[in-house]
Design a protein around this ligand. Structure first.
Ligand code: MRU
Length: 362
Protein backbone atom coordinates (compact mmCIF):
# COMPACT_ATOMS: atom_id res chain seq x y z
CA UNK A 1 0.00 0.00 0.00
CA UNK A 2 1.10 3.58 -0.39
CA UNK A 3 2.84 5.81 2.13
CA UNK A 4 2.93 9.42 0.98
CA UNK A 5 2.11 8.24 -2.52
CA UNK A 6 4.96 5.67 -2.63
CA UNK A 7 4.11 1.93 -2.67
CA UNK A 8 5.48 -0.04 0.26
CA UNK A 9 5.36 -3.54 1.61
CA UNK A 10 6.02 -4.14 5.31
CA UNK A 11 9.21 -6.15 4.55
CA UNK A 12 11.44 -6.37 1.47
CA UNK A 13 14.96 -7.22 0.41
CA UNK A 14 17.31 -4.93 -1.48
CA UNK A 15 20.88 -5.59 -2.57
CA UNK A 16 21.18 -8.56 -0.23
CA UNK A 17 19.81 -6.66 2.79
CA UNK A 18 16.41 -6.99 4.46
CA UNK A 19 14.45 -3.89 5.42
CA UNK A 20 11.27 -3.46 7.41
CA UNK A 21 8.91 -0.72 8.43
CA UNK A 22 9.85 -0.37 12.10
CA UNK A 23 6.42 -0.47 13.71
CA UNK A 24 7.62 0.57 17.15
CA UNK A 25 7.37 4.20 16.08
CA UNK A 26 4.09 4.21 14.17
CA UNK A 27 1.77 6.06 13.99
CA UNK A 28 4.01 8.84 15.27
CA UNK A 29 6.97 8.40 12.97
CA UNK A 30 7.61 6.40 9.81
CA UNK A 31 11.00 4.71 10.09
CA UNK A 32 12.64 2.00 8.05
CA UNK A 33 15.11 -0.36 9.74
CA UNK A 34 17.57 -2.89 8.37
CA UNK A 35 17.73 -6.27 10.09
CA UNK A 36 20.51 -8.69 9.35
CA UNK A 37 21.84 -10.95 12.09
CA UNK A 38 19.84 -13.82 13.55
CA UNK A 39 19.69 -11.94 16.82
CA UNK A 40 18.29 -8.84 15.11
CA UNK A 41 15.57 -10.89 13.41
CA UNK A 42 14.64 -12.48 16.75
CA UNK A 43 14.53 -9.12 18.53
CA UNK A 44 12.48 -7.57 15.70
CA UNK A 45 9.84 -10.28 16.06
CA UNK A 46 9.86 -10.55 19.86
CA UNK A 47 9.87 -6.80 20.53
CA UNK A 48 7.31 -6.15 17.78
CA UNK A 49 9.34 -4.03 15.36
CA UNK A 50 7.33 -6.27 13.04
CA UNK A 51 4.10 -7.83 14.17
CA UNK A 52 0.95 -9.55 12.94
CA UNK A 53 0.86 -13.27 12.22
CA UNK A 54 1.53 -13.25 8.44
CA UNK A 55 4.32 -10.70 8.71
CA UNK A 56 5.99 -12.63 11.52
CA UNK A 57 6.06 -15.68 9.22
CA UNK A 58 7.57 -13.75 6.32
CA UNK A 59 10.15 -12.17 8.63
CA UNK A 60 11.19 -15.58 9.93
CA UNK A 61 11.66 -16.81 6.35
CA UNK A 62 13.89 -13.82 5.61
CA UNK A 63 15.75 -14.48 8.87
CA UNK A 64 16.54 -18.01 7.70
CA UNK A 65 17.66 -16.63 4.34
CA UNK A 66 20.10 -14.16 5.89
CA UNK A 67 21.48 -16.86 8.19
CA UNK A 68 21.95 -19.28 5.29
CA UNK A 69 23.90 -16.59 3.44
CA UNK A 70 26.34 -16.48 6.36
CA UNK A 71 26.44 -20.14 7.32
CA UNK A 72 24.45 -22.73 5.35
CA UNK A 73 25.36 -25.69 7.58
CA UNK A 74 22.84 -28.10 9.10
CA UNK A 75 23.73 -26.80 12.57
CA UNK A 76 23.12 -23.16 11.56
CA UNK A 77 19.76 -24.06 9.99
CA UNK A 78 18.70 -25.88 13.12
CA UNK A 79 19.81 -23.04 15.42
CA UNK A 80 18.11 -20.40 13.28
CA UNK A 81 14.88 -22.44 13.34
CA UNK A 82 14.96 -22.70 17.14
CA UNK A 83 15.94 -19.09 17.84
CA UNK A 84 13.24 -17.67 15.57
CA UNK A 85 10.62 -20.18 16.69
CA UNK A 86 11.09 -19.21 20.34
CA UNK A 87 10.33 -15.52 19.77
CA UNK A 88 6.52 -15.56 19.98
CA UNK A 89 4.32 -18.57 20.78
CA UNK A 90 0.81 -17.85 19.51
CA UNK A 91 0.87 -16.93 15.81
CA UNK A 92 1.16 -20.20 13.89
CA UNK A 93 2.49 -18.49 10.77
CA UNK A 94 5.88 -18.38 12.45
CA UNK A 95 6.10 -22.17 12.70
CA UNK A 96 4.41 -22.57 9.31
CA UNK A 97 7.11 -20.49 7.60
CA UNK A 98 9.97 -22.07 9.55
CA UNK A 99 8.75 -25.60 8.83
CA UNK A 100 8.52 -24.75 5.16
CA UNK A 101 12.07 -23.34 5.15
CA UNK A 102 13.49 -26.33 6.98
CA UNK A 103 11.73 -28.87 4.76
CA UNK A 104 12.90 -27.18 1.56
CA UNK A 105 16.45 -26.41 2.65
CA UNK A 106 17.41 -29.51 4.63
CA UNK A 107 17.29 -31.65 1.49
CA UNK A 108 19.69 -29.33 -0.39
CA UNK A 109 23.46 -29.34 -0.32
CA UNK A 110 24.66 -26.52 1.95
CA UNK A 111 26.14 -24.54 -0.95
CA UNK A 112 22.70 -24.38 -2.61
CA UNK A 113 20.88 -23.17 0.49
CA UNK A 114 21.54 -19.42 0.49
CA UNK A 115 20.00 -18.80 -2.93
CA UNK A 116 17.12 -21.21 -2.29
CA UNK A 117 16.35 -19.64 1.10
CA UNK A 118 16.18 -16.14 -0.36
CA UNK A 119 13.98 -17.38 -3.17
CA UNK A 120 11.70 -19.07 -0.65
CA UNK A 121 11.46 -15.97 1.57
CA UNK A 122 10.42 -13.94 -1.46
CA UNK A 123 7.83 -16.57 -2.36
CA UNK A 124 6.42 -16.61 1.16
CA UNK A 125 6.09 -12.82 0.98
CA UNK A 126 4.57 -12.80 -2.51
CA UNK A 127 2.10 -15.57 -1.66
CA UNK A 128 1.00 -13.66 1.42
CA UNK A 129 0.28 -10.60 -0.69
CA UNK A 130 -1.81 -12.66 -3.12
CA UNK A 131 -3.70 -14.49 -0.34
CA UNK A 132 -4.59 -11.20 1.30
CA UNK A 133 -5.65 -9.69 -2.00
CA UNK A 134 -8.03 -12.61 -2.50
CA UNK A 135 -9.40 -12.25 1.06
CA UNK A 136 -10.31 -8.73 -0.05
CA UNK A 137 -11.99 -9.98 -3.20
CA UNK A 138 -14.14 -12.46 -1.24
CA UNK A 139 -14.80 -10.12 1.68
CA UNK A 140 -15.88 -7.41 -0.73
CA UNK A 141 -18.86 -9.55 -1.73
CA UNK A 142 -20.12 -9.52 1.86
CA UNK A 143 -19.71 -5.75 2.09
CA UNK A 144 -21.48 -5.34 -1.26
CA UNK A 145 -24.46 -7.34 0.04
CA UNK A 146 -24.70 -5.20 3.16
CA UNK A 147 -24.35 -2.00 1.12
CA UNK A 148 -27.12 -3.11 -1.24
CA UNK A 149 -29.59 -3.26 1.65
CA UNK A 150 -28.82 0.29 2.82
CA UNK A 151 -30.21 3.58 1.55
CA UNK A 152 -27.98 4.86 -1.28
CA UNK A 153 -24.90 6.68 -0.02
CA UNK A 154 -25.18 5.43 3.57
CA UNK A 155 -21.87 3.92 4.66
CA UNK A 156 -21.39 0.30 5.65
CA UNK A 157 -20.14 0.48 9.22
CA UNK A 158 -17.44 -2.03 10.08
CA UNK A 159 -15.74 -2.61 13.39
CA UNK A 160 -12.25 -4.06 13.67
CA UNK A 161 -9.99 -4.97 16.56
CA UNK A 162 -6.18 -4.80 16.68
CA UNK A 163 -4.27 -4.16 13.47
CA UNK A 164 -5.00 -6.85 10.91
CA UNK A 165 -3.99 -4.40 8.24
CA UNK A 166 -1.26 -4.31 5.63
CA UNK A 167 1.28 -3.59 8.33
CA UNK A 168 0.44 -6.93 9.98
CA UNK A 169 0.90 -8.79 6.71
CA UNK A 170 3.23 -8.24 3.77
CA UNK A 171 0.55 -6.18 2.02
CA UNK A 172 -3.23 -5.56 1.88
CA UNK A 173 -3.95 -6.92 5.38
CA UNK A 174 -6.50 -9.58 6.22
CA UNK A 175 -9.37 -7.75 7.95
CA UNK A 176 -8.57 -4.55 6.08
CA UNK A 177 -8.27 -6.03 2.60
CA UNK A 178 -12.07 -6.13 2.08
CA UNK A 179 -12.19 -2.53 3.34
CA UNK A 180 -9.59 -1.39 0.80
CA UNK A 181 -11.37 -3.29 -1.95
CA UNK A 182 -14.71 -1.75 -0.99
CA UNK A 183 -13.21 1.73 -0.91
CA UNK A 184 -11.54 1.16 -4.29
CA UNK A 185 -14.93 0.19 -5.69
CA UNK A 186 -16.50 3.36 -4.33
CA UNK A 187 -18.67 1.70 -1.65
CA UNK A 188 -18.95 4.17 1.22
CA UNK A 189 -17.64 2.61 4.45
CA UNK A 190 -16.91 3.83 7.95
CA UNK A 191 -14.64 1.84 10.24
CA UNK A 192 -14.83 1.78 14.02
CA UNK A 193 -11.21 1.18 15.02
CA UNK A 194 -10.71 -0.38 18.45
CA UNK A 195 -7.83 1.20 20.32
CA UNK A 196 -6.59 -2.29 21.31
CA UNK A 197 -4.76 -1.81 24.55
CA UNK A 198 -2.12 -2.44 25.64
CA UNK A 199 -0.07 -1.80 22.48
CA UNK A 200 -2.66 0.36 20.72
CA UNK A 201 -2.50 -1.48 17.42
CA UNK A 202 -5.69 0.39 16.56
CA UNK A 203 -3.52 3.46 16.05
CA UNK A 204 -1.72 1.54 13.28
CA UNK A 205 -5.06 0.68 11.70
CA UNK A 206 -6.14 4.32 11.94
CA UNK A 207 -2.84 5.39 10.33
CA UNK A 208 -3.35 2.95 7.46
CA UNK A 209 -6.98 3.83 6.85
CA UNK A 210 -6.27 7.54 7.07
CA UNK A 211 -3.50 7.21 4.48
CA UNK A 212 -6.06 5.71 2.10
CA UNK A 213 -8.76 8.23 2.80
CA UNK A 214 -11.07 5.71 4.50
CA UNK A 215 -13.47 7.27 6.99
CA UNK A 216 -12.87 5.89 10.49
CA UNK A 217 -13.29 6.64 14.19
CA UNK A 218 -10.86 5.50 16.86
CA UNK A 219 -12.79 4.12 19.84
CA UNK A 220 -11.81 2.75 23.22
CA UNK A 221 -11.89 -1.02 23.46
CA UNK A 222 -15.03 -1.03 25.59
CA UNK A 223 -17.12 1.01 23.13
CA UNK A 224 -17.87 -1.89 20.78
CA UNK A 225 -20.77 -3.38 22.75
CA UNK A 226 -22.49 -0.02 23.05
CA UNK A 227 -22.05 0.74 19.33
CA UNK A 228 -23.56 -2.61 18.45
CA UNK A 229 -26.51 -2.12 20.82
CA UNK A 230 -27.23 1.20 19.14
CA UNK A 231 -27.28 -0.45 15.70
CA UNK A 232 -24.16 1.40 14.57
CA UNK A 233 -22.17 -1.65 13.42
CA UNK A 234 -23.13 -3.63 10.31
CA UNK A 235 -20.29 -6.12 10.44
CA UNK A 236 -17.27 -6.97 12.60
CA UNK A 237 -14.17 -8.15 10.80
CA UNK A 238 -10.96 -9.15 12.54
CA UNK A 239 -7.79 -11.12 11.82
CA UNK A 240 -6.41 -14.18 13.55
CA UNK A 241 -3.08 -15.47 14.78
CA UNK A 242 -4.13 -19.09 14.78
CA UNK A 243 -7.32 -20.77 13.60
CA UNK A 244 -8.03 -24.34 14.61
CA UNK A 245 -9.13 -27.08 12.23
CA UNK A 246 -12.67 -26.72 13.60
CA UNK A 247 -12.75 -22.94 13.26
CA UNK A 248 -11.90 -21.54 16.70
CA UNK A 249 -10.09 -18.26 16.27
CA UNK A 250 -7.24 -16.97 18.41
CA UNK A 251 -6.65 -13.25 17.97
CA UNK A 252 -5.58 -10.18 19.93
CA UNK A 253 -6.89 -9.99 23.48
CA UNK A 254 -10.40 -8.55 23.52
CA UNK A 255 -11.55 -10.14 20.27
CA UNK A 256 -13.70 -12.65 22.18
CA UNK A 257 -15.63 -9.88 23.91
CA UNK A 258 -16.41 -8.30 20.54
CA UNK A 259 -17.67 -11.65 19.28
CA UNK A 260 -19.95 -12.03 22.33
CA UNK A 261 -21.35 -8.54 21.84
CA UNK A 262 -21.81 -9.21 18.13
CA UNK A 263 -23.78 -12.37 18.79
CA UNK A 264 -25.96 -10.69 21.40
CA UNK A 265 -26.80 -7.94 18.92
CA UNK A 266 -27.17 -10.00 15.74
CA UNK A 267 -24.12 -8.38 14.12
CA UNK A 268 -22.22 -10.68 11.71
CA UNK A 269 -18.72 -11.47 12.98
CA UNK A 270 -16.22 -12.38 10.25
CA UNK A 271 -12.56 -13.34 10.40
CA UNK A 272 -10.15 -12.76 7.51
CA UNK A 273 -7.26 -15.21 7.25
CA UNK A 274 -4.74 -16.63 4.84
CA UNK A 275 -4.63 -20.42 5.12
CA UNK A 276 -1.11 -20.13 6.59
CA UNK A 277 -2.91 -19.11 9.79
CA UNK A 278 -4.78 -22.41 10.11
CA UNK A 279 -3.21 -24.87 12.51
CA UNK A 280 -4.54 -28.19 11.21
CA UNK A 281 -3.03 -30.02 14.18
CA UNK A 282 -5.29 -28.44 16.82
CA UNK A 283 -9.06 -28.34 17.14
CA UNK A 284 -9.90 -26.98 20.59
CA UNK A 285 -8.50 -23.46 20.61
CA UNK A 286 -9.09 -22.81 24.30
CA UNK A 287 -7.25 -25.90 25.44
CA UNK A 288 -4.60 -26.24 22.78
CA UNK A 289 -3.36 -22.79 21.71
CA UNK A 290 -0.59 -21.27 23.82
CA UNK A 291 -1.43 -17.70 24.79
CA UNK A 292 1.53 -15.34 24.85
CA UNK A 293 2.13 -13.63 28.16
CA UNK A 294 3.93 -10.36 27.52
CA UNK A 295 5.76 -7.92 29.76
CA UNK A 296 3.42 -6.16 32.22
CA UNK A 297 5.13 -2.88 31.38
CA UNK A 298 3.09 -2.84 28.16
CA UNK A 299 0.00 -2.56 30.40
CA UNK A 300 1.32 -0.21 33.06
CA UNK A 301 2.78 2.21 30.46
CA UNK A 302 1.56 3.71 27.20
CA UNK A 303 3.56 5.25 24.39
CA UNK A 304 2.67 8.35 22.44
CA UNK A 305 3.87 11.72 21.21
CA UNK A 306 4.64 14.07 24.06
CA UNK A 307 3.82 17.79 23.90
CA UNK A 308 7.42 18.60 22.92
CA UNK A 309 7.08 16.34 19.87
CA UNK A 310 9.23 13.49 21.15
CA UNK A 311 7.94 9.94 21.33
CA UNK A 312 7.82 8.76 24.92
CA UNK A 313 6.19 6.46 27.42
CA UNK A 314 4.18 7.36 30.48
CA UNK A 315 3.06 5.16 33.35
CA UNK A 316 -0.74 5.05 33.79
CA UNK A 317 -0.83 2.94 36.96
CA UNK A 318 0.10 3.87 40.51
CA UNK A 319 3.69 3.10 41.35
CA UNK A 320 3.92 -0.44 42.63
CA UNK A 321 0.78 -1.79 40.94
CA UNK A 322 1.54 -4.91 39.02
CA UNK A 323 0.07 -5.68 35.60
CA UNK A 324 -0.85 -8.85 33.73
CA UNK A 325 -0.62 -9.04 29.97
CA UNK A 326 -2.22 -12.03 28.24
CA UNK A 327 -1.83 -10.99 24.60
CA UNK A 328 -4.47 -13.12 22.84
CA UNK A 329 -7.80 -14.80 23.46
CA UNK A 330 -9.83 -17.50 21.77
CA UNK A 331 -13.17 -16.90 20.11
CA UNK A 332 -15.02 -20.22 19.84
CA UNK A 333 -16.19 -21.15 16.34
CA UNK A 334 -19.86 -20.90 17.42
CA UNK A 335 -19.49 -17.10 17.67
CA UNK A 336 -17.95 -16.71 14.21
CA UNK A 337 -20.30 -16.03 11.28
CA UNK A 338 -17.74 -16.95 8.65
CA UNK A 339 -14.07 -17.31 7.77
CA UNK A 340 -12.90 -15.27 4.77
CA UNK A 341 -9.94 -17.06 3.20
CA UNK A 342 -8.06 -16.76 -0.07
CA UNK A 343 -10.24 -19.55 -1.46
CA UNK A 344 -13.57 -18.08 -0.42
CA UNK A 345 -15.83 -17.76 2.62
CA UNK A 346 -16.77 -20.76 4.74
CA UNK A 347 -18.45 -21.66 8.01
CA UNK A 348 -16.19 -21.66 11.04
CA UNK A 349 -16.36 -25.43 11.35
CA UNK A 350 -14.35 -28.52 10.48
CA UNK A 351 -16.70 -29.13 7.55
CA UNK A 352 -16.48 -25.56 6.32
CA UNK A 353 -12.67 -25.55 6.34
CA UNK A 354 -12.49 -29.02 4.85
CA UNK A 355 -14.72 -27.85 2.00
CA UNK A 356 -12.26 -25.13 1.04
CA UNK A 357 -9.06 -27.03 1.84
CA UNK A 358 -9.85 -30.72 1.20
CA UNK A 359 -6.15 -31.52 0.76
CA UNK A 360 -5.41 -30.40 4.34
CA UNK A 361 -8.37 -31.74 6.21
CA UNK A 362 -7.86 -34.93 8.20
O1 MRU B 1 0.58 -8.83 18.97
P1 MRU B 1 0.37 -8.55 17.51
O2 MRU B 1 0.25 -7.09 17.20
O3 MRU B 1 1.38 -9.25 16.64
O4 MRU B 1 -1.05 -9.21 17.21
C1 MRU B 1 -1.58 -9.11 15.92
C2 MRU B 1 -2.96 -9.60 15.84
O5 MRU B 1 -3.53 -10.10 16.78
C3 MRU B 1 -3.62 -9.55 14.49
O6 MRU B 1 -4.98 -9.30 14.62
C4 MRU B 1 -3.40 -10.90 13.81
O7 MRU B 1 -2.03 -11.20 13.72
C5 MRU B 1 -4.00 -10.95 12.47
S1 MRU B 1 -2.96 -10.03 11.36
C6 MRU B 1 -3.41 -10.07 9.83
Amino acid sequence: MKVDGKPFRSIWDKDGAVEIIDQRWLPHDFRIAGIDTLDEFAVAIRDMWVRGAPLIGATAAYGIARQMARDPSDAALSTAYDVLHDTRPTAINLKWALDRCRADLAVLAPEARAAAALDLARRVADEDVECNRMIGVHGLEIIREIAAKKPAGEPVRLLTHCNAGWLATVDWGTATSPMYHAANEGIPIHVWVDETRPRNQGALTAWELGAHGISHSYVVDNAGGHLMQKGLVDMVIVGTDRTTARGDVCNKIGTYLKALAAQDNGVPFYVGLPSSTIDWTVSDGLREIPIEDRDAREVTHVQGTLDDGTIGQVRVTPEGSDGANPAFDVTPARLVTGLITERGVCDASAEGLAGLFPERAA
